[in-house]
Design a protein around this ligand. Structure first.
Ligand code: ATP
Ligand code: MG
Ligand code: MG
Ligand code: MG
Length: 470
């Protein structure tokens, strides 16, 4: 069945409405009253208070399509077929109502009867000790034993530090050998793109206490997440999520703006995919009220804008271009998300402003770094003085990770130890002088973002590989 994003979303809602679920609109990307999370990264995240009992849900059965941002996947974007920093997650939820058997039965029904995916292509994973789930899949649904994979805690047990938690069961679709890594033990759980995880069913049946005990909940919950783009990729038989029709419209806009055609050069293709993804993330983040800044989610936004912008430079786009791509995103998603249309002008203004700032920084920094490199060449050195690297960062706001990356591309490195020493001294000075480095747009402090727990560490340029810029 060849259906796209909008049809799948609608069928999902219709299906769970028939099963007496209440349809709720997507929550904002900005978490409410939740200090543990920088950005909403799953359908269940904004519903935590319903699971913990802090708030009463508007219904015992709920279905949503949630906007999500996952910066932990930034390295994968453009590289794997299935990851975006932005995506939509469909999910059905039970707050102390139905449990494992219904959740599994309905997921199977939706995939095989509504989506008409052929049963032979479906694999499932269970948490290794979850015999109950095994029995349901094997005996009630008739999934053969050799298509049920047992995964351990890391993959198939969902928990936070405290509170509701439990085993998961995932649904994978086999896209065929041509997408596989070819290893003999390739199966669901493998890093390659053959078996695509489309749906994760979480059975929160325990309540974890301060002593680390898992106490059975009297009324267990269900929380599921299905990646809309991934499902569309499977249904449309697209090579990757960027070739899903509606997302591909954004990609085509990147082609038009850059005058680079997709499918000719793998590095350029990656840049095109990164811009396509980031433009979506940026548009939705700004519409939810996030502004570029040097900390928290504003910093994530800043990094995404600048990263997209730099990939634009790699495609030889002259001047700012991102708001053009954002315009396309708005045109394509405004029906489902009216907030992006409403915030249109603000979105353009904020993206333009940030891109301009970035160009000023980059152009100046690149010139200086070029000079440093030619000095090194004539002096026969291959390590850039840490003081110089620091000056680039501190005085010109040029990201250190970008310095390292450009040096590496040309066969040089930077003296990182000395750089860090300079950084520490600078911090000392700033501490005594109070706010001495306000003019540095990258702020003082770490390059990686260590705010609100380790789940949201944003590595930005550290993880950003590309060919030379100049
Ligand atoms: P993967 O193992 O492929 O990274 P995951 O196990 O991290 O996925 P979950 O946390 O279980 O994903 O999220 C539920 C569903 O959301 C996944 O089954 C997938 O369909 C979708 N999903 C997760 N991460 C992404 C992403 N970065 N881009 C698009 N869809 C995603
Ligand atoms: Mg993941
Ligand atoms: Mg997974
Ligand atoms: Mg999963």
């Amino acid at each position: 069945k060849n259906i796209g994003l909008n049809e799948i979303r609608k069928e999902f809602f219709d299906f769970f409405k028939e099963k007496n679920h209440l349809i709720l609109p997507s929550f904002s990307l900005v978490p409410k009253d939740d200090k543990s999370l920088l950005l909403i990264n799953a359908g269940m995240a904004p519903m935590k208070p319903y699971f913990t009992g802090l708030k009463t849900p508007p219904g015992k059965r709920v279905v949503t399509c949630q906007k999500c941002v996952r910066t932990v996947d930034i390295e994968n974007v453009g590289k794997t077929d299935r990851h975006g920093t932005f995506f939509e997650m469909l999910g059905n939820f039970s707050f102390g109502d139905y449990f494992k058997e219904d959740a599994i039965k309905w997921a199977w029904e939706f995939i095989t009867e509504r989506m008409e995916v052929s049963k032979e292509l479906i694999w499932v994973s269970i948490y290794k000790d979850d015999e109950e789930a095994y029995k349901i899949w094997n005996e009630k649904i008739n999934v053969p034993e050799d298509r049920i994979v047992r995964l351990d805690k890391e993959d198939n047990f969902w928990e936070l530090e405290l509170g509701p938690c439990g085993p998961c069961s995932e649904i994978y679709i086999d896209r065929g050998e041509e997408y596989g890594c070819g290893k003999p033990d390739c199966k669901p759980g493998c890093e390659c793109d053959r078996y695509v995880e489309v749906w994760n069913l979480v059975f929160s049946q325990y309540d974890k206490d301060e002593n680390g005990n898992y106490n059975l909940l009297p009324k267990p919950n269900i929380d599921t997440g299905m990646g809309l783009e991934r499902m569309a990729m499977v249904m449309e038989n697209a090579k990757n999520i960027f070739e899903v029709k509606q997302i591909n419209e954004v990609l085509k806009e990147v082609e038009r703006v850059s005058k680079v055609s997709y499918g000719k050069d793998s590095e350029k293709d990656k840049s095109i995919r990164v811009i396509t993804d980031h433009a979506r993330a940026i548009t939705f983040m700004v519409s939810d009220g996030i502004l570029p800044s040097n900390e928290g989610r504003g910093y994530v936004l800043r990094r995404l804008i600048r990263r997209a912008s730099r990939h634009g430079k790699l495609l030889n786009i002259q001047g700012k271009f991102l708001s053009k791509i954002a315009e396309k995103v708005i045109e394509l998603w405004k029906e489902q998300y009216p907030e992006i249309e409403k915030e249109k002008n603000r979105i353009f203004r904020i993206i333009d402003g940030e891109e301009e700032k970035f160009y000023e920084t980059i152009n100046q920094g690149l010139e200086i770094l070029d000079q440093y490199i030619s000095d090194m060449r004539s002096e026969n050195k291959n390590i850039l003085d840490g003081k110089k690297a620091f000056k680039l960062y501190d005085t010109y706001g040029f990201p250190f990770d970008l310095t390292k990356e450009i040096l590496k591309e040309r066969g040089y490195t930077a003296d990182e130890i000395q750089f860090n020493r300079e950084m520490e001294e600078q911090r000392e000075r700033a501490r005594s002088a109070r706010g001495g480095s306000e003019n540095n747009i990258w702020g003082t402090g770490d390059f990686s973002l260590k705010i609100d727990g380790d789940k949201t560490v944003f590595k930005g340029y550290e993880t950003f590989t590309s060919p030379g810029v100049v």
